[in-house]
Design a protein around this ligand. Structure first.
Ligand code: NOJ
Length: 544
């Protein structure tokens, strides 16, 4: 990597859910985030990605946006966001925010106007007549990603049933019609609004979903979450990103996009990463891959192949706000190859997690992903080794996946619980006043996992992340080359640094002539225990 390479190609990015990060009266806010910026700078990340901060009825954790040019008053409003961007920059941190272009909130002015009969506003969404007698059946057979039909029927002012509108997610998230030029113009303007305020880039929500197949044909029973579907990944979507890239490139320094793009056919992902489109796309396989050597090797190989093909760096993440936290995933019997959100959450209550084991493995996984070429995304709380909170009472759960599944699927709230900062009982220093109850309940027993407790412990997961993120800049350079190693060990080099991860059934001897610069857990000299990872450097290096 030359000195001139742009910052984002090798960055470590910290994902913040502002309502769960810090401060506020039980709900986190941007003042809390500003106050903790030195914590993030000290962690050693290069950038902060803030999930949607826009005014929102909060049906889907802010992914239901009511106004794209403002910040929710509960988070502190626009001026607070501008102060946050300035202060982050002052500490050398870049700022990415979410853009949610597939759908608005039903509280957005456009959708309100559409419902009140404004034809121009209506044409920005996907309203269609129903099928069957009196149009009583949805226009097609598409399922919402949150369960149930993708269509909701509207009524006229007299309460008579009318047309249906499409929503790929909750009914409160109506999909926009990206074939409408007004929609395209609006979003390029929104991009400029934030770029002008210093935002360094966007994470693009549902990047594969904006354009639907002409005519909205039936999906014929295909599962829209896993199979090719007329609701996703249409060729015309690339016109949108070519236009966006021009906007990003018109700034100095150029701004950047990371795609959340789920494609049924992996060979379609590189299309989003063409040089005149998006800069990178998340690698999603690590979110569900089993804690096993073979599946992990395949995941890394596929990621590197995409990077080699496109020139875009891989964007690695072990977790995010949509999936079960890795400590809990690794704490149960491992799948042969991989699980899924549904299969992982279905295990709740059926197999007790061994969280101590999960933490040991999650630490090793951190040394694996932070050693890979490209970017690494760290989701808030993963640096503390937090587990999924599985026992949130049903009446406190907010995720529409929970509601729309009739309570069968617990949903994603368990990964979104407010962070523990200090103390030995809830709210663990989360609320500024000290006592306000967090918006999602924190579990008892997080005392040892607070930031304050881990700062006192040189063997803590927080200390490991700090060392890994700092050392990564020094010793992880150059392409990855696989190395020979005992069965069950994933081993590779980056330049003169060797990385060994022991997935096998027994401890192995480390290679001679190298010194351990960082290890995910305790070990006798020269040995790598089960579920442990190590970074090894030539004897004379890495003693810093
Ligand atoms: C992906 C986001 O990560 C998720 O949280 C959200 O529910 C959907 N997109 C819909 O916006």
């Amino acid at each position: 990597m030359t000195a001139a390479a742009p910052w984002w190609r090798t960055a470590a990015v910290y994902q913040v859910l502002p309502r769960s990060f810090a401060d506020g009266d039980g709900v986190g806010d941007l003042a809390g985030l500003r106050a903790r910026l030195p914590y993030l700078a000290g962690l050693g990340v290069d950038a902060v990605w803030v999930t949607p901060w826009y005014p929102s009825p909060m049906v889907d954790n802010g992914y239901d946006v009511a106004d794209y040019r403002d910040v929710d008053a509960a988070l502190g409003g626009l001026a607070e966001a501008e102060a946050f961007v300035r202060e982050a920059h002052g500490l050398g941190l870049r700022v990415l925010v979410d853009i949610v272009p597939n759908h608005t909130s039903d509280a957005h002015a456009w959708f309100r106007a559409a419902l009140s009969g404004d034809a121009q506003a209506r044409a920005r969404y996907l309203f269609r007549p129903g099928r069957g007698a009196d149009g009583a059946l949805p226009p097609n057979d598409w399922e919402s990603c949150f369960g149930g039909p993708s269509w909701t029927r509207t009524t006229d002012p007299d309460g008579r049933p009318e047309e249906w509108y499409l929503h790929s997610f909750a009914p409160e998230q109506p999909d926009l019609d990206w074939r409408n030029p007004e929609v395209r113009a609006e979003f390029t303007d929104v991009l400029r609004f934030w770029f002008d305020r210093g935002v360094d880039g966007f994470r693009v929500d549902v990047a594969h979903g904006l354009v639907k197949e002409q005519g909205l044909p039936d999906g014929l029973g295909r599962d829209r979450r896993t199979e090719e579907h007329p609701g996703w990944d249409q060729d015309e979507v690339h016109e949108v990103y070519r236009e966006w890239r021009q906007v990003a490139d018109s700034y100095d320094p150029p701004r950047v996009f990371v795609a959340e793009a789920w494609v049924a056919r992996p060979e379609r992902l590189p299309l989003y990463l063409r040089p005149d489109e998006l800069h990178m796309a998340f690698e999603f396989e690590p979110l569900h891959v089993a804690w096993r050597e073979g599946p992990w090797r395949r995941v890394v190989e596929r990621g590197l192949a995409t990077a080699a093909l496109t020139g875009a760096p891989s964007a690695w993440a072990l977790t995010n706000h949509d999936v079960v936290r890795q400590v809990t995933r690794y704490a149960r019997t491992q799948w042969p190859e991989r699980g899924s959100n549904e299969s992982e959450r279905a295990r709740w209550g059926t197999e007790a997690p061994d969280l101590a084991l999960g933490r040991v493995r999650a630490r090793a996984a951190a040394l694996l992903t932070t050693a890979l070429p490209g970017l690494v995304y760290v989701y808030e709380g993963e640096e503390l080794g937090l587990e999924e909170v599985e026992d949130i009472p049903a009446e406190r759960r907010l995720d529409p996946i929970h509601t729309r599944s009739g309570g069968r699927d617990p949903g994603r709230d368990g990964s979104r619980v407010p962070l523990p900062w200090s103390g030995d009982r809830p709210p663990y220093g989360f609320s500024s006043g000290g006592s306000a109850e967090p918006w999602l309940p924190q579990p008892p027993g997080w005392g040892p996992h607070t930031v304050a407790a881990q700062e006192r412990d040189p063997a803590s997961t927080l200390a490991l992340y700090r060392r890994a993120l700092a050392l990564r800049r020094e010793v992880m350079a150059g392409p990855l080359a696989w190395s020979a190693a005992p069965d069950g060990v994933l081993a590779f080099t980056r330049g003169t640094t060797a990385v060994w991860v022991n997935f096998g059934p027994a401890a192995v001897a480390l290679p001679a002539g190298l010194r351990v610069a960082l290890r995910s857990g305790p070990a006798p000299e020269g040995s790598l225990p089960v579920d442990t990872a190590a970074w090894l450097v030539p004897d004379e290096e890495g003693s810093r």
